[in-house]
Design a protein around this ligand. Structure first.
Ligand SMILES: [Mg+2]
Length: 215
């Protein structure tokens, strides 16, 4: 059995790029625009590349902003994550983190929780000096159906559980790359996602119970 987790609004109770925009002191109007673009991507109305590219340009961050972001994100880790990290027959070896967010802040947060570095897959920023200007479009996760591509390349043993709040998480089930899609609603409840989910959970205690009951 393997468990795949999303990062933003799943493992952490926030959207990282929204927090980065606030750290960079972007105006209320720009912060609202960034949230709007993120939502369009999450419900599948624009491509994930378009969503990332537009948000990175609006945020206009530098690498020095990332340390503050990492500290903030650690404070947003879902408190119920202990249910998963205490599930010793699957954590950390059989738990993967697959995110359309960025390795530069996801890696330190996930390693602190106890995830294996080799089980973490995310996008990477492109820099110009210290400015974050774009993302690496060559990685599988950066493509259309990026999470599907990452999972198909991993060839993990079944059953595979996918836990997330957004369309790219649901898509892994729609494409047959996972067996069970659990809509995670602790931070945000998206009707379009919940309606198509196999299961709905609002914390990691519920998830661990569900997986143990199915086992
Ligand atoms: Mg998410």
């Amino acid at each position: 059995m393997n468990i795949i987790l999303d990062f933003d609004s799943t493992l952490i109770q926030a959207e990282s790029l929204d927090i980065l925009a606030a750290i960079c002191n972007r105006s209320e109007a720009i912060q609202e625009e960034i949230k709007h673009i993120a939502n369009l991507g999450m419900v599948g109305e624009i491509s994930i590349q378009e969503s990332l590219s537009q948000r990175i340009k609006l945020i206009n961050a530098s690498t020095s902003d990332l340390n503050e972001l990492i500290v903030k994100l650690i404070s947003f880790i879902s408190p119920s994550i202990e249910a998963l990290t205490d599930f010793k027959s699957i954590f950390p070896k059989n738990c993967y983190l697959v995110s359309g967010g960025f390795l530069e802040y996801i890696m330190p947060v996930c390693k602190r929780i106890g995830f294996l570095e080799s089980n973490i897959f995310a996008n990477q920023f492109v820099l110009n000096d210290d400015n974050i200007i774009d993302f690496n479009r060559n990685l599988p996760i950066a493509q259309n159906m990026g999470k599907v591509k990452v999972l198909n390349e991993l060839k993990l043993s079944r059953p595979i559980y996918m836990i997330g709040d957004g369309y790219t998480d649901l898509e892994t089930k729609l494409q047959g790359s996972v067996d069970v899609f659990i809509a995670y609603t602790e931070t945000v409840y998206r009707n379009a996602i919940v309606n198509k989910a196999d299961e709905v959970c609002s914390d990691f205690y519920e998830i661990v119970k569900l997986i143990k009951d199915n086992d």
